[in-house]
Write a protein that binds this ligand. Structure first.
Ligand code: G3P
Length: 219
């Protein structure tokens, strides 16, 4: 499974990229708006730091303006992926961009049928939002599972499942078990992926036993 950071904070992206475990970045208008830097400058910096796919989301709601905004994004860096909301205009724009071999990430997906339409429109990635379904008492993880089954049924559907709106380590574990192609994860959750209390306890025991032996590996 590929791991993307769901972030527009260039400092935290640079810091976590030192792990060599970050395969890409997803941004959205809220994340970009939260950083007081011009979006073109910020996206250029992110695309310099991360060589993998960097999603930048259109803010227009009509087909023509979505394509115009996509043109602007594409000029920023080669690894920009055009993120598009799952609407009729959005899937029309997705189809047009896909025909021109421009990578797309169809976002704000909340149902299997939406994901199926996005895949038929040629989306490179589909972003089902797990956490926001949980927020309304629905089962976000089940959506990932349903989409995985649908895409497995039809070999002509090449769209990658990019599990999004992940709020816990358990969300990440579960979408990996299901077989999501990508998980886009906030920095806070990414850092928690390393942790388990038994790992800490085990290190403590090993270290204490080693100290008692009096032996040293380093001179
Ligand atoms: O950026 C897309 C998605 O990951 C947003 O997550 O937590 O705002 O629902 P969230």
């Amino acid at each position: 499974m590929e791991i993307f950071l769901d972030s527009s904070d260039i400092k935290e992206i640079r810091q976590l990229n030192k792990s060599n475990l970050i395969n890409g970045i997803t941004t959205n208008p809220s994340l970009l708006a939260s950083v007081k830097t011009d979006f073109k400058i910020l996206l250029k910096e992110i695309c310099k730091e991360i060589k993998g796919p960097v999603s930048a989301e259109v803010t227009a709601s009509n087909f023509n303006d979505m394509l115009k905004e996509a043109e602007i994004f594409k000029k920023i860096a080669k690894n920009i992926v055009i993120k598009i909301p799952l609407t009729q205009d959005g899937l029309q724009a997705c189809h047009a961009l896909s025909k021109k071999k421009i990578k797309t990430n169809v976002t704000l997906c909340f149902s299997p049928s939406q994901a199926l339409l996005a895949a038929k429109a040629g989306a490179t990635y589909i972003s089902p939002f797990v956490g926001r379904l949980d927020d309304i008492g629905e089962n976000g993880i089940e959506l990932i599972s349903d989409i995985r089954k649908i895409f497995n049924n039809y070999k002509n559907l090449k769209t990658k499942i990019l599990a999004a709106s992940l709020r816990t380590v358990d969300h990440v574990n579960k979408v990996a078990v299901i077989g999501a192609d990508v998980a886009t994860i906030p920095a806070k959750i990414f850092k928690e992926l390393y942790k388990h209390h038994l790992t800490d306890k085990g290190i403590e025991i090993f270290s204490s036993d080693w100290k008692k032996s009096g032996m040293k590996i380093l001179p």
